[in-house]
Write a protein of this length. Sequence first.
Length: 136
Amino acid sequence: MVKEDVAEISAIYGGIIQKPVHPDFNDLIEQHAQQDKDICLVAELDGQIVGFMISYILTLGFGIEKSAWIATLGVKPEYMGQDIGKKLAIKIFEYYKSEGIENVYTSVRWDSPDLLSFFKTMGFDRSNFINLRKTI
């Protein structure tokens, strides 16, 4: 992924959420694309980006060893179900394994059965962590 991919990634994300993408999303994607420690991939088909995955390494945090986090992913709706997300995840898992990282984490809303199903298919299960939130 390179920062020039931001517009296409934003369009994919907008197609998934079916509403305008907040400008902060574009800034976040651009920042991740420029970080050497972040592992951000795109899937291309005939020169067009059809999917993406943003992940990064966590070196410290609340008692866990060096690990990885999948922050977000997306596949163009018309290409869903064609294993694009799976191929992105496998590439990321291979990279982290080569770096000696054993645990990859992510967070999914409980009311997102499609994402829950995807991550279950990829071998994810509940972890020892609980997501906490405070509304201010």
